[in-house]
Design a protein around this ligand. Sequence first.
Ligand code: URA
Length: 268
Amino acid sequence: MESALDYWSAKALLEWQVELGATEALCEAPVNRYELPAPASKGAQKPGQGSGSQPGQQPGMPTPVAPKPKPVDPVAEARKAAAAAAELPSLRAAMAAYRHCDLKMGARNLVFCDGQAGARVMVIGEAPGREEDQQGKPFVGAAGQLLDRMLDAIDLGRDKNVYITNVLPWRPQQNRDPSAEEIDMMLPFLERHVELAQPEVLVLMGNISCQAVLGKRGITRLRGTWAEAWGKPVLPMFHPAYLLRQPEQKRAAWADLLELKARLGSAN
Ligand code: URA
């Protein structure tokens, strides 16, 4: 019998799968979903049961048509769920229970926060990447390590007056940009997150956070200038992932860090 696959065919197949987006092994053996038993639907009729008429229905009468379910407004649902959360753990639980954002299905973990609740500075990133998804913590990959060094340079850190979250708690597949709908439906949770964490200032990392919180993009123009959102001062900055790709922009980021430090004063 011939060997199953030569090296080059196996490599080509693997690359093809990566191109299609299958970039992570979720379990040891593949699951053939075509062979799984179909889930029994609640109202399924048993064989030999029923004439097609409803219980209590007169023979010959037309089958009553069930009223169409009202379309769900994901943003309104998010607002309701977020408003009902009285503290951070219940906000986290409300986000975990929220069913309208499809990103959740492709994510391993909900990434809620890191750092100290009640810290003076709240950093808002975009969305978890691969490492964040695996660990369930924001900014733990390469960009996160740079963020830690940036904060440390002005004597801040996850254990020192900084609280970190993201616009989206679930990783978008392939690290694609989140859609406007995804941002809109998760925004009420972010707003409530800010209310409950009670920071003095917000730092927005990159365009997606600016789009969500300020309704504007154009980080090159926005960065370094204080704005206001939800009654708080807001400082847009270059995203650390961008600084990794464009290290010449670190000078601008340093100016923004000094601006933040000056705003906090010496008593941080
Ligand atoms: N980039 C982000 O915006 N957030 C993270 O948590 C990680 C990378």
